[in-house]
Design a protein around this ligand. Sequence first.
Ligand code: UDP
Length: 253
Amino acid sequence: MARRKKIYEGKAKILYEGPEPGTLVQYFKDDATAFNAEKHAVIEGKGVLNNRLSEFFMDGLNAIGVPTHFIRRLNMREQLIRSVEMIPLEIVVRNVAAGSLSKRLGIDEGTALPRPIVEFYYKDDALGDPMVSEEHIIAFGWASQQDLDDMIALGLRVNDFLSGVMIGVGIRLVDFKIEIGRIWDGDFMRLVVADEISPDSCRLWDLKTGQKLDKDVFRRDLGDLADAYTEVARRLGVLPVNTGKLGKPTLIN
Ligand code: UDP
């Protein structure tokens, strides 16, 4: 069988040509990176968990009318997605101070913010993904004013959805990052949530204990990352059949 064409390989995922025009296959690797790829490890089972979790979140968003690139999961590590034109920005939404916000502004981690805050970062590894303002985005043509308004609205809708889902299973959504793409239909363009939504790109704290259940476990050496993601998946009822770790054999559906 001919090898399928690789379109792009990133730090945690690979994109392959899809079965039909306008589609791609997104493959989730086990690689974990942090600090602009200075720290790297292979965490057995992470790709399987993120494939499942991203499916769960994207499916939910599609169901409430927030458009995403997600079509369906294909197998343990792959999902079928719509091919989109990526906007070179990371959209971060924050509910609670943590990470770079705490560092930059000297606000204690864990401080509840007066309202959700939306930030934009320019995706450029060589520059270390610098934070940019709406002025930069428009002046450099990465997105229009209309796109910006739409991206903020999408970010806030995703925030409301994810916060609600998480609170239901005893998890506080501290912050998260999404990426957005354009889908063209002739001259008509719409923005959709793309990339992935998983504990790699969210901060998730246990509501009662404050225990971290996200990539900070890896960034800050707080324990076993796969265990933390498994706990999130278990609470959401989307535990994968087989994470790659050896255990009792189970039927695959
Ligand atoms: N984030 C991400 N990819 C990045 C940068 C940030 O997914 O390249 C996520 C991160 O996991 C967190 C949120 O965006 O949930 C805010 O991250 P922050 O700006 O605090 O940066 P960090 O402390 O992760 O460097």
